[in-house]
Design a protein around this ligand. Sequence first.
Ligand code: NAD
Ligand code: UDP
Ligand code: UDP
Length: 316
Amino acid sequence: MRILVTGGAGFIGSHLIDRLMLEGHEVICLDNFYTGHKRNLLKWFDHPYFELIRHDVTEPIRLEVDQIYHLACPASPVHYQYNPVKTIKTNVIGTLNMLGLAKRVKARFLLASTSEVYGDPEVHPQTEDYRGNVNTIGIRSCYDEGKRVAETLAFDYYRQNDVEIRVARIFNTYGPRMLENDGRVVSNFVVQALRGTPLTLYGDGSQTRSFCYVSDLVEGLMRLMNGAHQGPINLGNPDEYTILQLAQAVQQKIDPSSEIRFEPLPQDDPRRRKPDITRANQWLGWQPTVPLQQGLDYTIADFRARILDPEAASGS
Ligand code: NAD
Ligand code: UDP
Ligand code: UDP
C-alpha cells in the first residue's frame, strides 16, 4: 500500500513510519519540520519506498495514496501555545485539506485526536461517550477545540462524502526521540535529571496522567487503521500516576539527589486523566504491554545517548 503520514518527522510519526516501512509499504512523509526533524527518518532516506516532502498541511496538496495517518500538529503545550492561531489553522484547515485529499483519492483517513477533547474531565476514567469539559477561550483551547473540530470534520466527511475515517483519541505518550526542548513532562524531567538541573514540578504534583509507551501506541494506531471500527477510540495506558510520583521515579532512576523545584500550575491544567480502554480492548484486541518503569528505562537510555554524545545518537 502507499501510505501518507502527515507529521511523520515528529515523535510518534517517525516511530509509525519505522513500522510501516518494515512491513514493506510505500511511505510518503509530509512535514513542515516545526517540531519534527529529518534525523528521525535518516535511516530511510535512501530507501526506494520512502519519500519525504517538506509541506505545510494548511496548504492543499495533490497526492495518490491508499491510507492517510494524519498526525501533523504540535503536541506539546509549549509548542502549540507558541503560535496558537497557527495551531488552530493546522487542526482545522490542515485536517480539511487532508480529508479533501482522502475524498478525492478514496483513501482511508486516520485522525490523531487527543484526550484533550475531554478537557479537565469530570468523568474518571474517561470513556469515549463522555463529551468533555473544555474551556473555549483558554490558553489550551487552540489545541483542544482545534482537535474537536478536526473530529467533527472527519465525521462530516464520512456522513457527507463516504470517506472511510478512523479517529484515535491518544493519551499522553512518551518514548525515545522526544525533543530535548519538547516541554512535556517526561522529557523535561529526564533531561533535567540527566543535566543535573532541578526538576520543574508545576503545582503541588497531585495532578495525574497515564503514560503510554510509544511502541504500544503505534500498534494501536495501526490496528485501528486496518480494523473495521471508525471510533473514536481511546488509546493510552490506564496506569495512572501523580506527577510527583513520576518525578520521584525519574529521580530514582537517574539521580536520587536531584532537586525538585515547585513552579506555578499553568492555566486549565487538567487535574486527572486516565483512559478507559474497554473499547480498544474489545474492538482492536489492544492493550499496552510496556509498563512505565520499563518505558522510562528505554527513554532515559535514548536521552542519555543524545545528551552525552549527540553525533553518535543521530538517526537512532
Ligand atoms: P510532535 O510535535 O513530535 O509531531 C508533530 C509533527 O507534525 C512534527 O513533525 C511537526 O513538524 C509536524 N507539523 C506540525 N504542524 C504542521 C503543519 N502545519 N504541517 C505539516 N507538519 C506539521 O508530536 P507527537 O507527540 O508526535 O504528536 C503527533 C500527533 O499525535 C499530533 O497530532 C498530536 O496532537 C497527537 N497526540 C499526541 C499525544 C502525545 O502524548 N504525544 C497525545 C495526544 C495526541
Ligand atoms: N484538497 C487537497 N488535495 C486534494 C483534494 C482536496 O489539498 O487532493 C483540499 C482542497 O484544496 C480543499 C480541501 O481539501 O481546500 C477540501 O476539499 P473538498 O474537495 O472537500 O472541498 P472543496 O474543494 O470543494 O471546497
Ligand atoms: N508538568 C510539570 N513539569 C513540567 C512539564 C509538565 O509538572 O516540566 C506537568 C503539567 O503541568 C501537567 C503534566 O505535567 O500537569 C503533564 O504535562 P504535559 O505538558 O506533559 O502534558 P498535558 O498537560 O498536555 O497532558
